[in-house]
Design a protein around this ligand. Structure first.
Ligand code: UTP
Length: 291
């Protein structure tokens, strides 16, 4: 199963991190020195993705600008001999024609955002990557999933899963566990944010999916679910009646950058993973931790 395209839903309001997201997209918040959206773009590129589809909305223009070429900046850096900075910009630049932008006019939910990409994806399996969830690992989470997909049949769907403490399962989409195949298991059921004490397992759905195009037909008629939103999990439950779903236990630390605490933790974790920043940061943090 070859996965060429990835959809990045970026049309949400980011209310959990207000006021940061009042006039700025959540997906442009930086983890160390790169916006969230660049982190997940790089993860997808590493996984062999060739076409990057962004589902944007109001106030999200800076995401489009971020992936464009800034002639004035290039010219100024050139004139000042700033070679290293020019190299960073060139490294992060997508190939011409490799990105598409479509718009979700109202934030009706993640499922609806994915449905907005249906014509650009067409009739082939594709990845969905949520930019507010980062996984710190090499190879990246999506590369691990693409590798897992190679071992499966043509009409399989994959969901990245990670165990969470039992008292947190009500905050996530949760998978029931069927037959195991190494680091993968057959998904025997899915439930979005189960009531406390009712979760079928501790395996939470993380923001990386590989889906078959048949999901679009289901999303097109999907009723609103939890939170009054059109939920991707509900559509996946529908597709699971006809096709197999596998949970992939990925290696790496997951960071929910859409919450304030998770965002701060991610900044520390990513900075501590950087040889150029680690030692200085450790010294600085000592002051705060040890008082
Ligand atoms: P979230 O539920 O985490 O994002 O969706 P949100 O709605 O922006 O955040 P809060 O809960 O209000 O703080 C995960 C991803 O799906 C996108 C978001 O932009 C985010 O990247 N999304 C969500 C959409 O594109 N459209 C939607 O209608 C909802």
């Amino acid at each position: 199963m070859k996965i060429r395209k990835a959809v990045f839903p970026v049309a949400g309001l980011g209310t959990r991190v207000l006021p940061a997201t009042k006039a700025m997209p959540k997906e442009m918040l930086t983890i160390v020195d790169k916006p969230l959206i660049q982190h997940v773009f790089d993860e997808a590129k590493e996984a062999g993705i060739e076409h990057f589809i962004f589902v944007t909305g109001r106030n999200k223009g800076s995401i489009e600008d971020h992936f464009d070429r800034m002639y004035e900046l290039d010219a100024t850096l050139e004139a000042r001999g700033k070679k290293a900075e020019l190299e960073i910009l060139a490294r992060d630049q997508p190939q011409a024609g490799a990105v598409s932008f479509t718009r979700q006019q109202s934030p009706l939910g993640l499922g609806h955002a994915v449905w907005c990409a249906r014509d650009i994806v067409g009739d082939e399996p594709f990845a969905v990557v949520l930019p507010d969830e980062l996984v710190l690992h090499k190879p990246g989470c999506l590369a691990q999933m693409v590798e897992a997909a190679q071992q499966l049949g043509e009409k399989s769907n994959l969901i990245a899963v990670q165990e969470v403490p039992a008292d947190q399962t009500h905050q996530y989409g949760i998978c029931a566990v069927g037959n195991r195949h190494g680091k993968m298991f057959e998904v025997a059921g899915m439930v979005e944010k189960p009531a406390k004490g009712t979760a079928p397992s501790n395996f939470s759905i993380t923001g990386r999916y590989i889906l078959q195009p048949e999901i679009f037909k289901i999303l097109g008629t999907q009723e609103r679910g939890a939170g009054g939103e059109i939920q991707l999990t509900d559509a996946m439950i529908g597709l699971a009646k006809a096709q197999k779903f596998y949970g992939v236990e990925f290696a790496g630390e997951r960071h929910d950058c859409g919450s304030k605490a998770g965002f701060l933790r991610a900044n520390i974790a990513y900075a501590m993973a950087r040889p150029d920043l680690r030692d200085g940061l450790r010294e600085e943090m000592r002051k705060y931790v040890e008082g």
